[in-house]
Design a protein around this ligand. Structure first.
Ligand code: CMP
Length: 161
């Protein structure tokens, strides 16, 4: 069911693109992941995000079911790490947020660092807080299109400022 909903988001986004009413390109989507919420790093990570010039347009503390995590990461369904990833993402609370800043997607990915914390540049959020490639503290969208899809997975238009 959730996979169908996710597919529907992608279909709606494609339609919005055609009609040129897509979400603003100065926004990105993030999750503070279970390892970081469990370790009590949420406040420090939010401070780092705000200090880097992002403003918060929507935010919630929530916990994903396994089905939610499978739907969110459906694009990775064929990857060998999909099972590990979705079990981990549903193991403890996460914080989901929509962030705004010029060049948001690229600047946020610079702020968080490489997916594998062993390769993350010093000073990045993952270098400081991540435990492993799976438990890597934060998610950051990889494109404007995915930022809109992922934000819509968690937030209704009414919940975004
Ligand atoms: P994220 O940015 O949330 O998007 C996909 C996630 O898959 C990624 O962060 C990692 O946490 C996870 N991931 C990527 N590669 C691997 C891997 N080799 N093993 C486990 N998890 C991975």
């Amino acid at each position: 069911m959730n996979r169908l909903v996710n597919k529907e988001f992608r279909r709606i986004f494609a339609l919005q693109k055609q009609t040129k009413i897509a979400m603003a390109t100065n926004r990105t989507f993030t999750m503070i992941k279970p390892d970081a919420t469990d370790a009590g790093h949420t406040g420090k990570i939010i401070d780092r995000i705000i200090d880097a010039g992002f403003s918060i347009k929507a935010m919630k503390w929530t916990k994903l079911s396994l089905a939610d995590a499978q739907a969110f990461y459906e694009v990775h369904a064929e990857r060998p790490f999909y099972g590990e990833l979705t079990e981990y993402m549903s193991s403890a609370p996460i914080v989901a947020a929509i962030l705004e800043k010029d060049n948001a997607v690229a600047d946020f990915r610079t702020l968080i660092g490489a997916t594998n914390p062993a390769e993350a540049a010093p000073g990045t959020i993952r270098a400081e807080f991540a435990e492993s490639i799976a438990a890597n503290a934060v998610h950051g969208s990889d494109s404007d299109e995915n930022a809109a899809i992922e934000g819509a997975f968690y937030f209704s238009a009414r919940e975004m400022s």
